[in-house]
Design a protein around this ligand. Structure first.
Ligand code: C2E
Ligand code: CA
Ligand code: CA
Ligand code: CA
Length: 275
């Protein structure tokens, strides 16, 4: 019995070694992933409430590792952010999403996530303008999703960048709303076109009356500020019913549609591609 704790330490050590080795491997493989065309984008539908009409799609990055298979963003975005690769990878996402959306009929909006180092990069507005020109996507069809984490790095500069992007006609959404620490201040000072309510609030809707109260308050805040609210992570019809009754503007989640390949959304009939 006395040897047990020691053995456990060794066991954990070995596991940590393996986790660290995997991280190192992924970090190193990430360097060549772009060149070897291992990234793809999946698209998740966003629908208006209560009409159920499609209003757009969010582009979500996927990495198909040649040996390890599909790796979720949660596992590699942070790594890419740490070693600076996220700027090149994120730019690839932005360009690929705009190019894809430019082929769609009807002309749905496309939402693209921006990570902190992409957003603070001084060339961002020029890059966006170049990508729009190159792909022919109308600026009003592009929405960029920012989190508070991205904005708080330097609020004054962030506001200038947001204004420059909006001046092109591109819209800005605040992502993961409710999980940051200064939400009200951010709302007061930034001209967001839309707020995406984090899925943690939606998850508890059917079981926790407090969650309904919070969602109701956020929806009412949105109405007062005249900013539409999209609720994320809807997984059940019950959640959709509550959100609809409370006056939510739009929804996104597995219940409405899982992230899918361009081919899958074309085959579903939601989109007709023109050449
Ligand atoms: P996010 O922007 O909050 O994206 C929503 C995440 O929730 C996606 O995970 C999506 O697949 C997942 N999701 C959607 N509906 C449901 C649902 O009903 N239930 C549950 N449990 N999950 C749902 P994903 O694709 O793994 O992406 C994770 C995060 O990675 C994103 O969070 C975003 O922050 C980041 N990310 C994804 N693509 C890109 C990209 O192209 N560029 C950058 N910079 N970040 C990206
Ligand atoms: Ca997002
Ligand atoms: Ca989100
Ligand atoms: Ca997130």
């Amino acid at each position: 019995a006395k040897r047990d704790p020691m053995r456990r330490v060794c066991f954990y050590d070995r596991e940590m070694d393996e986790a660290a080795r995997l991280r190192k491997r992924l970090a190193s493989d990430l360097r060549t992933a772009l060149k070897q065309e291992e990234f793809t984008l999946h698209y998740q539908v966003q629908t208006a409430v209560p009409t159920g009409e499609i209003c757009g799609y969010e582009a979500l990055l996927r990495w198909y590792h040649p040996e390890l298979g599909e790796i979720a963003p949660a596992e590699f975005i942070a790594l890419a952010e740490e070693n600076g690769l996220i700027v090149a990878i994120g730019d690839w996402s932005l360009r690929a999403a705009c190019a894809e959306a430019a082929t769609w009929n009807p002309p749905y909006k496309i939402s693209v996530n921006l990570s902190p180092s992409q957003f603070v990069h001084p060339d961002l507005p020029e890059k966006i303008a170049a990508i729009l020109a190159e792909t022919g996507l109308d600026p009003s069809r592009l929405e960029l999703e920012l989190t508070e984490e991205t904005i708080v790095v330097d609020k004054a500069r962030a506001l200038l960048t947001v204004r420059r992007i909006k001046a092109m006609g591109v819209t800005i959404a605040l992502d993961d709303f409710g999980t940051g620490y200064s939400s009200l201040d951010t709302l007061r000072s930034f001209p967001f076109d839309r707020i995406k309510l984090d899925r943690s609030f939606v998850q508890d809707l059917e079981t926790n009356p407090q969650a309904t109260a919070i969602v109701r308050a956020v929806l009412s805040l949105g109405k007062s500020l005249n900013i539409p609210i999209l609720a994320e992570g809807i997984e059940t019809s019950g959640q959709l019913t509550i959100l609809s009754a409370e006056g939510c503007d739009a929804v996104q989640g597995y219940f409405l549609g899982r992230p899918a390949t361009p081919r899958q959304i074309v085959e579903s009939g939601a989109i007709i591609r023109h050449a």
